[in-house]
Design a protein. Structure first.
Length: 170
């Protein structure tokens, strides 16, 4: 069992995101000066947003707040993915190394989400986890399936139809 982080700087996902920010700064420093107020700035802001939202979400107490910030970080990650593709296509830089780095950040984010669930002492039922999975919290159900499959009941909770339940546990 891993130890619980006391600050966001102890999170592997934040460490990887911060390294990615530094790499983006080095990459964009080589962009043409015509891009200073466009692609350079946008790529840097999106990269910063990944690490910043992970840091901000770390201190949030509620499940909804934490996941909201982690989801914003995920959106910024995808935004960075596009900027890397664009920079490559415009011939500004070879971004293949950074694209691999971005995947490491994404993988670390998923592992951090699982760990957050594992460390959470939330009064949450399998039905509530399943409902969240249907409304934008797929990590909740994946974690439940992996770590506590015995908690998944074979019949749907009262607030879910049979079809919706089969999509969740199927």
């Amino acid at each position: 069992m891993s130890k619980t982080a006391k600050t966001f700087k102890e999170l592997v996902v934040w460490q990887k995101a911060h390294e990615f920010v530094l790499a983006v700064y080095h990459l964009t420093a080589k962009f043409p000066t015509v891009e200073i107020y466009c692609l350079t700035t946008q790529a840097r802001r999106a990269a910063i947003s990944i690490a910043a939202n992970i840091a901000e979400g770390f201190k949030k107490r509620g499940w909804n707040d934490k996941t909201r910030f982690f989801n914003i970080a995920q959106g910024s990650l995808e935004e960075c993915r596009y900027y890397l593709i664009l920079a490559q296509d415009l011939g500004y830089a070879d971004t293949s190394r950074l694209e691999i780095f971005l995947e490491e950040v994404a993988d670390a984010r998923i592992k951090a989400a699982y760990q957050t669930l594992a460390d959470a002492q939330l009064p949450i039922t399998p039905a509530k986890l399943a409902t969240r999975a249907l409304t934008g919290y797929p990590t909740a159900l994946r974690w439940l399936k992996i770590h506590h499959p015995e908690l998944l009941v074979p019949k749907p909770p009262n607030n879910l139809s049979e079809n919706a339940w089969s999509m969740v546990v199927g």
